[in-house]
Design a protein around this ligand. Structure first.
Ligand code: NAD
Length: 326
């Protein structure tokens, strides 16, 4: 089913915001760019409509002005992504950053589907499904079958080798890492990761698309966790170890890092916000690929994920979010 989203209700129960951060999608200068002369992307496919995929779809439509087909295996996730999008757009309208009409146009360019075959028109596809190499293998093999031969296939993976993902397809030169940050409409950076076989054309198209989406790019070599998560996730993991060891309460740990070290949010809050399953998956990649004890996932993190306490997205992590989601 391919469905246009423009008629969806505006109210959203899901709030993914980092109030202390400036909005890049909110900059009037960057809105409604329709110039696709450098990246050549008319239709963008996004696979995975979780915390990241919905934001990527929104910014591609709102800022770069491209058509978007957003695909997820779960219809409920697609609906939830649209609600989150409505929430962000409504906030932008309320702040006078965009007009009601611009918000409608943003939504009218986005279609949703549970069928990957609907991506056959896409010039560029960003995979943003769960951080699991088996899921990514299945998706990239499928994308290699359904996407047009010239389409570029990007992964939003936080840690998995782009070279390995490229090798799942017969077109590794067209596979690249495009690592957006959470929440996508607000965070400025996209980390770009060429795999061993990624071509110059794929890289330059990806850089141009990120720019058209109003983002700043940094390039990382293709190593586990790239730059962002090689540095960030061991810090989050150690904060969870500190909680487990009784070094301080969750509030003490977060307040110390927030007010004492000027972090925008405490590490336990940030881990909840990213998703504890995603943090654990990244730590497992770092630990198994780099082999050092310092990357061993915290037992408490494993326990929380086993319990289904995944943070904001499940309503419970180190903190309770059930009330906020209602
Ligand atoms: N959460 C973050 O802060 C963050 C930041 C940067 C990058 N990432 C990366 O982005 C990707 C997605 O993360 P997220 O936080 O959005 O996860 P999420 O759990 O919020 O969403 C994952 C989505 O993938 C969908 N999915 C799973 N298997 C699928 C399949 N076979 N086909 C289609 N859809 C499928 C799920 O239904 C779900 O909607 C991961 O690779 C993650 O590492 C996450």
């Amino acid at each position: 089913m391919l469905r246009n989203t423009s008629r969806l209700a505006r109210a959203s129960p899901v709030a993914c915001s980092a109030p202390s951060l400036r909005t890049s999608a909110g900059s009037a200068r960057r809105l409604y760019t329709t110039d696709n002369s450098t990246h050549g992307v008319k239709t963008l496919g996004v696979v995975g409509a979780g915390q990241m995929g919905g934001g990527i779809a929104q910014v591609a439509s709102q800022v770069a002005g491209v058509r978007v087909v957003l695909v997820d295996s779960q219809q409920a996730q697609l609906e939830r992504a649209l609600q989150t999008m409505d929430h962000f757009l409504a906030k932008n309208i309320a702040k006078g950053k965009i007009t009601e009409q611009a918000a409608q146009e943003t939504k009218s360019r986005i279609a949703i589907s549970t069928d990957v075959a609907k991506l056959q028109e896409a010039d560029f596809i960003v995979e943003a499904a769960s951080e699991n190499v088996l899921i990514k293998e299945k998706i990239f093999k499928e994308l290699a079958r359904v996407a047009k031969p010239e389409a570029i296939l990007a992964s939003n993976t936080s840690s998995i080798s782009i070279t390995k993902i490229g090798a799942f397809t017969p077109r590794p030169e067209k596979v690249v890492g495009m690592h957006f940050m959470n929440p996508v409409p607000i965070m400025q950076l996209v980390e770009i990761i060429p795999g061993l076989a990624t071509s110059e054309h794929t890289l330059s198209t990806t850089l141009a698309l990120a720019k058209a989406m109003g983002k700043t790019t940094a390039q990382s070599d293709d190593r586990p966790g790239f730059i962002a998560n090689r540095l960030l996730c061991p810090y989050l993991n150690e904060a969870i170890n500190a909680l487990q060891d009784g070094l301080g309460s969750r509030e003490d740990i977060d307040t110390t890092l927030k007010l004492g070290c000027n972090m925008p949010m405490g590490p336990l809050t940030l881990a909840d916000f990213i998703g504890l399953d995603t943090v654990l998956a990244i730590m497992r990649v770092l630990h198994s690929e780099l082999g050092e004890d310092k990357f061993r996932p915290s037992p408490l993190l494993i326990k929380y994920v086993d319990a289904g306490w995944l943070g904001v997205k499940s309503g419970k992590g180190f903190y309770d979010y059930a009330k906020k989601q209602k």
